[in-house]
Design a binder for this molecule. Structure first.
Ligand SMILES: NC(=O)c1ccc[n+]([C@@H]2O[C@H](COP(=O)([O-])OP(=O)(O)OC[C@H]3O[C@@H](n4cnc5c(N)ncnc54)[C@H](O)[C@@H]3O)[C@@H](O)[C@H]2O)c1
Ligand SMILES: [Zn+2]
Ligand SMILES: [Zn+2]
Length: 345
């Protein structure tokens, strides 16, 4: 089969690999139909994720059809259409029992990181019963590919941790796929205002289409001033950090209202100063989270019932043979206006 292999920082290649085999009774092998590229794959290629060793097949998102199952898999059979969670979970360890799948002692985020991932024709999924989700009849498979990672990430790490409430004021700093996923799912709770902040005017335009009540281009350096103006000097009840750099976290500190929450979503590669000298008396909460995908069944229903349409985030489509072009397009998002690229295996 064809597979996209990480070869070390800055290097990747599309290569032939053997089709994966069942290794444990709880495994399934899934034939990939559609996969996609995540900002985190770019982090790996920069060398930011040392747990990912050269030789690993990248990718932790996708939908496909079950090809084979181990003897211990009871929920899925050959031919079942499935959505793959970016998080593998045994369902039995202490963390899984608490709904913290991301910290599963024999799983977590391993796909396309510590074990071969989904940017290939086939993938082996450990703990298949609790890491795959059946695709309902008639569902849009491209829309569901957005559920493997970005929708649950925006929702769990941003919206749920950020305690978005009816009538509240929300700011989302970073309008990439994750920030936009937070924007879509924040609207489940009918906040009064959702302010999107980014440097990229195209992404801000998209934000407006997807429900933002206001947008701020971060380039003018007056984000905090503008947000305070928009909120009568209070700031926002929820500030969602969806970038992963010190500047965007500091923006959240500047705009959070007394009693509010900063929900960090971004993956941070360097130290961030925490301004407790300004925040100590403001009764705020700061949260962090690695996505658990524990809300997958609920998100599947909201997509099925068309409460949200994550397909709006798909901007480009490529065949697996052209995945290097897909990486190039996705990697130059500012000039290509790419959000999510679908790769068809
Ligand atoms: N916590 C988790 O489990 C989890 C899961 C998946 C991804 N992530 C992380 O979420 C973050 C966002 O992912 P993405 O795919 O949307 O990334 P992305 O790079 O596509 O989007 C980030 C956006 O932030 C904007 N930006 C950059 N600096 C900014 C600043 N100072 N102020 C405002 N906007 C700024 C960029 O223009 C860009 O549009 C990444 O760090 C990613 O690794 C976290
Ligand atoms: Zn991801
Ligand atoms: Zn577990």
């Amino acid at each position: 089969m064809k597979a996209l292999i990480y070869q070390g920082p800055g290097q990747k290649v599309l290569e032939d690999r053997p089709i994966p085999e069942i290794q444990a009774a709880t495994d399934a092998v899934v034939k990939i139909a559609k996969t996609t590229i995540c900002g985190t794959d770019l982090h790996i290629l920069k060398g930011d994720v040392p747990s990912c060793r050269p030789g690993c097949i990248l990718g932790h998102e996708g939908v496909g059809v079950v090809e084979r199952t181990g003897a211990g898999v009871t929920t899925f059979r050959q031919g079942d259409p499935v959505l793959i969670s970016c998080i593998s979970a045994c369902g039995k360890c202490d963390y899984c029992r608490r709904g913290m799948y991301s910290h599963c002692t024999t799983g977590g985020w391993i796909l396309g990181n510590q074990i071969d991932g989904t940017q290939a024709e086939y993938v082996r999924i450990p703990h298949a019963d609790t890491s795959l989700y059946r695709i309902p009849e008639g569902a849009d498979h491209e829309a569901l590919a957005m559920l493997s990672d970005i929708l649950p990430t925006g929702f769990e790490c941003g919206v749920l941790n950020g305690k978005v409430q009816p009538g509240n004021t929300v700011a989302i700093v970073g309008a990439g796929p994750i920030g936009l996923a937070a924007l879509l799912t924040a609207q489940f709770y009918s906040p009064a205002e959702i302010i999107m902040v980014d440097f990229d005017d195209y992404r801000l335009q998209v934000s407006k289409r997807l429900g933002a009540t206001a947008t701020i281009n971060a380039a003018d350096g007056k984000i905090a001033e503008t947000v305070l103006q928009m909120t009568g000097g209070r700031g926002v009840d929820t500030a969602i950090e969806a970038v992963g750099v010190p500047a965007s976290f500091n923006t959240c500190e500047d705009i959070v209202a007394p009693g509010g929450t900063i929900a960090n979503v971004g993956v941070h590669g360097s130290k961030v100063h925490l301004h407790l000298e300004r925040l100590w008396a403001r009764n705020i909460t700061i949260t962090t989270r690695l996505v658990d995908t524990v809300t997958m069944p609920m998100l599947l229903k909201t997509v099925q019932s068309r409460k949200i349409d994550p397909k709006l985030l798909v901007t480009h489509r490529f065949k697996l043979e052209r995945i290097l072009d897909a990486y190039d397009t996705f990697g130059r998002a500012a000039s290509t206006q790419a959000l999510k690229v679908i790769i068809e295996a």
